[in-house]
Design a protein around this ligand. Structure first.
Ligand code: DC
Length: 218
């Protein structure tokens, strides 16, 4: 079974999708990590991110391994490096590249053909797995997402200003929603879950009950 979870940055998808996979005994696929790895590989090899041929060739040759607790790029653990602001801020042309998206979607399908998966991203229910039995669109209001991000940064000892975070988040939302290929969009048959005012445990319980009801329909 494939559980496809899509939604904007900061809706709490990653942690809840991981917890959901654990509860269900499914594997977890973080598709954002794949775009982050390709971006990092381009940055490291000095390839201009907006050079379509060279960036595609980097994507074609880079070896990405998504483990339970680690992300490896050509054998090196890059789990931390791919989350750095330099990568997040450079990702737009990579995520908008039709050839790179096609390659990533093909890899996602190959991985998920191996068993039961919770997969998370922006285009999982629409493009990668349109036949998924369970599709969830996880969202939260922009204010709530930005407030959570500020709290998370401050907890990690990083100074953060709400207005700056909100502006960066609005820009990422626009980039994700406006690209032609694989934009952030809910599938017509996705179930919307708004996480405003909910704890992570409450979200997890709601997702579990959605998956269980879909399983019951099989
Ligand atoms: O989920 P994330 O923040 O790690 O995603 C990183 C970037 O990759 C983000 O800019 C959106 C993009 N992305 C995408 O275009 N398609 C996906 N399936 C997953 C992520």
């Amino acid at each position: 079974m494939i559980v496809a979870i899509d939604g904007p940055a900061g809706a709490g998808k990653s942690s809840v999708a991981r917890a959901l996979a654990d509860e269900l005994g499914f594997a977890f696929l973080d598709t954002g990590a794949m775009y982050r790895c390709v971006t990092l590989a381009c940055l490291r090899s000095g390839v201009a991110l907006d050079d379509p041929e060279k960036s595609l060739s980097v994507a074609n040759t880079c070896h990405i391994e998504l483990g339970v607790d680690s992300v490896k790029l050509n054998g090196e653990d890059v789990s931390q490096v791919i989350r750095q602001p330099e990568v997040s801020q450079s990702i737009k042309p990579i995520a908008a590249h039709p050839g790179i998206r096609a390659l990533m979607v093909e890899r996602q399908r190959r991985i998920c053909a191996q068993g039961d998966y919770v997969t998370e991203g922006r285009d999982q229910g629409t493009v990668a797995f349109p036949m998924a039995e369970c599709k969830i669109f996880l969202t939260a209001s922009p204010g709530e997402r930005a407030r959570r991000r500020v709290e998370q940064l401050i907890r990690g000892g990083v100074q953060a200003d709400y207005q700056t975070i909100l502006a960066q988040q609005n820009e990422r939302d626009a980039n994700d929603s406006n690209r032609t290929i694989g934009p952030l969009r809910a599938a017509a048959d996705a179930i919307f879950v708004s996480t405003d005012g909910m704890s992570e445990q409450q979200v997890l319980e709601q997702l579990l009950s959605i998956v269980q009801s879909k399983r019951g329909m099989r």
